[in-house]
Design a protein around this ligand. Structure first.
Ligand code: NAD
Length: 417
């Protein structure tokens, strides 16, 4: 992952004829904090956990990026994600650089008390290197608003004053933003609509007729599907880790989620309107879902799901990358050459970081906006980001991903002094 992020930056920067030293500054992280955290477990024994906060680039503003708790996290992954955050923030036009944090831990193996201790220990370790104008952490894989609440509480105890802008993704009661939960899915829909508006000008198409398959029915996939259904798209397939469903005439997203909550999985939830019945649809595997003959494919679960093995079987005309890195480099090139339009993750899923930015602004000014205001600002910002990348891709006749990296690198390097 790190090699591929660095290779993409180097390739783009070389095409832009940037100086070798500038490329080095785009590759190397500015700081890499590595530490051991020791907490006392419920058993009374002490246990050591390894963690990082990697601050990649701050040319455009304070570092910004999530913290993940995962048993397989390694330093290289944290660094790669920090690098991609610099690109994503620049693509979104945010006044931020990129960072990422991580702890090697399986949070499911911890009690609630142990999880709180670990979260507080992490916040205490990074207190001296973060801050509202320095580095603003947020949730990522396996970290929640509750974990952000523990972390900011610990941070504020140490510094001795309130600083609601120092962490984002907090619960609304302590300065979180309305609209944050839905932001990534909603932002993805805004970008898709902006792309279709460009294409529909030429093709005279209507969105209502377009079929959509969504892999992943978690936070991002569910809200995307729910909002897309309201917009008139026909959601024909959704899945989670245990498999998926296919409903030819379009499924009901709300009833499907209700059914998933009751059964613990999407499989078997063939819901149309308010009724779930097998006669409406059929089961489908995650592999089959990706290969469906749909207009729009939305990978919203895992990385590398579209790869050398299945790239030739992908039939969708548009792929909206809501997950991070769902398409391997090889598959990306193959599908782009075939004419598939891929909306890259750094743009497609930037709704989350955009609303994190809006949370930071609200925290700094001590004035909170309504959900409508937040959604309106998200729409304006993500559409502006899309326009810049679309224009670049048309001007240079390049895929949107390459255009996104070029726009980001232009913005970052123009702020490097
Ligand atoms: P989540 O944990 O809420 O949901 C993940 C979904 O993927 C679940 O439905 C899960 O069952 C499903 N899943 C897991 N393994 C699967 C498999 N093998 N096949 C099919 N589905 C599988 O996570 P999320 O917050 O929705 O994040 C999804 C993706 O979006 C991740 O790549 C994440 O990095 C990315 N992302 C999330 C945000 C955000 O704001 N949450 C922002 C940017 C990017």
């Amino acid at each position: 992952m790190l090699e591929s992020a660095q290779a993409l930056i180097t390739k783009t920067a070389e095409k832009m004829k940037l100086d070798g030293e500038i490329i080095k500054r785009l590759i190397e992280p500015e700081f890499a904090h590595e530490f051991a955290l020791t907490i006392t477990m419920d058993s009374g024994k002490k246990k050591v956990f390894k963690g990082w906060r990697i601050q990649h680039n701050s040319a455009l503003g304070p570092y910004k990026g999530g913290i993940r708790f995962h048993p397989e996290t390694v330093r290289e992954e944290v660094q790669a994600l920090a690098t991609l955050m610099s690109i994503k923030c620049a693509v979104a036009g945010l006044p931020y650089g990129g960072a990422k944090g991580g702890i090697i831990v399986d949070p499911k193996q911890l009690s609630k008390g142990e999880l709180e201790k670990l979260s507080r220990a992490f916040a205490a370790k990074i207190t001296h290197v973060i801050g509202v104008d320095v580095d603003v952490p947020a949730p990522d894989v396996n970290t929640t608003p509750q974990i952000m609440a523990w972390m900011i509480d610990e941070y504020q105890k140490i510094v001795g004053y309130k600083s609601p802008g120092t962490f984002t993704g907090k619960p609304v009661a302590i300065g979180g933003s309305l609209g944050r939960t839905e932001a990534t899915g909603r932002g993805g829909l805004f970008v898709l609509l902006a792309l279709l508006a460009k294409q529909n000008e030429k093709l005279k198409m209507k969105n209502e007729k377009l079929t959509v398959a969504v892999q992943g029915f978690g936070n991002v996939g569910y809200y995307f599907a729910k909002l897309a259904e309201v917009e008139g798209f026909k959601i024909v397939s959704v899945s989670d880790s245990k498999g998926g469903i296919y409903v030819k005439d379009g499924l009901s997203v709300g009833t499907t989620m209700k059914c998933k909550k009751e059964k613990g999985m999407v499989a078997g939830c063939y819901c149309r309107g308010s009724v779930c019945d097998l006669k409406y649809g059929r089961p489908i595997s995650n592999e089959e879902l990706l290969e469906l003959s749909v207009d729009i494919l939305v990978p919203a679960a895992l990385e590398n799901v579209i790869n050398y093995q299945n790239m030739k079987k992908i039939k969708a005309k548009i792929i909206l990358e809501l997950a991070n890195g769902p398409i391997t480099e090889e598959a990306y090139e193959y599908l782009s050459n075939k004419g598939v339009v891929i909306i890259p993750d750094v743009l497609a899923n930037s709704g989350g970081v955009i609303v994190s930015y809006l949370e930071w602004v609200q925290g700094r000014q001590g004035y909170w906006w309504s959900e409508e205001e937040v959604n309106k600002k998200l729409k304006e910002m993500i559409e502006r980001a899309f326009e810049a990348i679309w224009d670049k891709s048309v001007e240079k006749k390049m895929p949107l991903k390459q255009a996104a990296f070029e726009v980001a690198i232009e913005r970052i390097t123009s702020a490097m002094v």
